[in-house]
Design a protein. Structure first.
Length: 156
């Protein structure tokens, strides 16, 4: 098991969300450090790290969902369900992790990494492409001009 660092290939083209993905991977890597560190440190740090991960994930998912909903992305419900399933899976694994089982923590790291990389590559890229295509239309440019600050900036 190796730590995975951010790669610009993970970018979906929505700057605000790309920054959030980068931060999320950073938190997942903090979890990696906890799960591969000294066992005594694991017991002390795992709870805080999981809380940080859960809080940031909640905020990130909410950001994505608000954006998808504002652009009326047709796959919004399915995507939101993916988020909810992830949170449920994470919640189910937390008791084993919090009990001090470092091996289970390492298994959770691998789950987190696999899930986030695949979710970004497929599900997030799908809605991002949809949003970016709409953002490029003249109507959206007009809307953006009239409501500055509401719509995140996108790469051209």
């Amino acid at each position: 098991m190796e730590k995975v660092e951010w790669d610009d290939a993970y970018c979906i083209g929505v700057d605000e969300i790309d920054m959030q993905h980068r931060k999320l991977l950073s938190i997942i890597n903090e979890f990696y450090d906890v799960t591969t560190g000294h066992p005594a440190d694991y017991s002390l740090k795992v709870g805080r790290c999981l809380k940080k991960l859960a809080d940031y994930t909640h905020d990130h998912f909410l950001s994505e969902e608000i954006l998808m909903e504002s652009y009326q992305f047709p796959g919004y419900s399915k995507h939101k369900e993916e988020h909810e399933n992830f949170i449920a899976q994470l919640a189910a694994k937390v008791p084993q992790i919090a009990s001090g089982n470092q091996v289970k923590g390492q298994e959770l790291y691998q789950f987190l990494l696999d899930w986030i990389v695949n979710h970004i590559a497929y599900s997030d890229r799908l809605w991002a492409d949809f949003v970016i295509a709409i953002q490029k239309t003249p109507e959206e440019q007009h809307r953006r001009y009239r409501r500055p600050g509401i719509i995140p900036s996108f790469r051209s």
